[in-house]
Design a binder for this molecule. Structure first.
Ligand SMILES: NC(=O)c1ccc[n+]([C@@H]2O[C@H](COP(=O)([O-])OP(=O)(O)OC[C@H]3O[C@@H](n4cnc5c(N)ncnc54)[C@H](OP(=O)(O)O)[C@@H]3O)[C@@H](O)[C@H]2O)c1
Length: 92
């Protein structure tokens, strides 16, 4: 962000590990009527540095599903809660 450049997020789902099994950080999935992978991608897409996720799925239907993350607008509170869950650090 300091250099005003965008980042590409390779392996945005941790090679699939991120979506394997329910986790606390995805308790918001039902609120947004989204899958875990869509919510993860939506979080990256909402990052202020403008991140481009590079999905690694080999399945066309998952590419279509992932693209729907573009329409999910995480509210600020949820975005920061997910950041806290991921880092384990409180955001002041
Ligand atoms: N050069 C580097 O340092 C570097 C590092 C990391 C990644 N990369 C590249 O970045 C690209 C993406 O990496 P990645 O493959 O780890 O990406 P990823 O999107 O994090 O993971 C994709 C894996 O997750 C699985 N998966 C399970 N559920 C999924 C869902 N709902 N949506 C999407 N995928 C799901 C996929 O299986 P299915 O195929 O069965 O859907 C696939 O095995 C690759 O081309 C990789 O080579 C490069």
């Amino acid at each position: 962000m300091e250099r005003k450049t965008s980042a590409m997020a390779w392996s945005p789902l941790g090679g699939g590990k991120l979506v394997a099994g329910e986790r606390e950080m995805f308790s918001k999935a039902s609120k947004y009527n989204a899958s875990y992978s869509q919510l993860s991608l939506a979080w990256l897409l909402r990052h202020p540095s403008v991140i481009f996720p590079v999905t690694g799925t080999t399945k066309p239907e998952r590419i279509i599903e992932s693209a729907k993350a573009l329409a999910i607008k995480l509210d600020r509170q949820d975005w920061f809660e997910m950041l806290q869950w991921a880092t384990g650090k409180e955001v002041a």
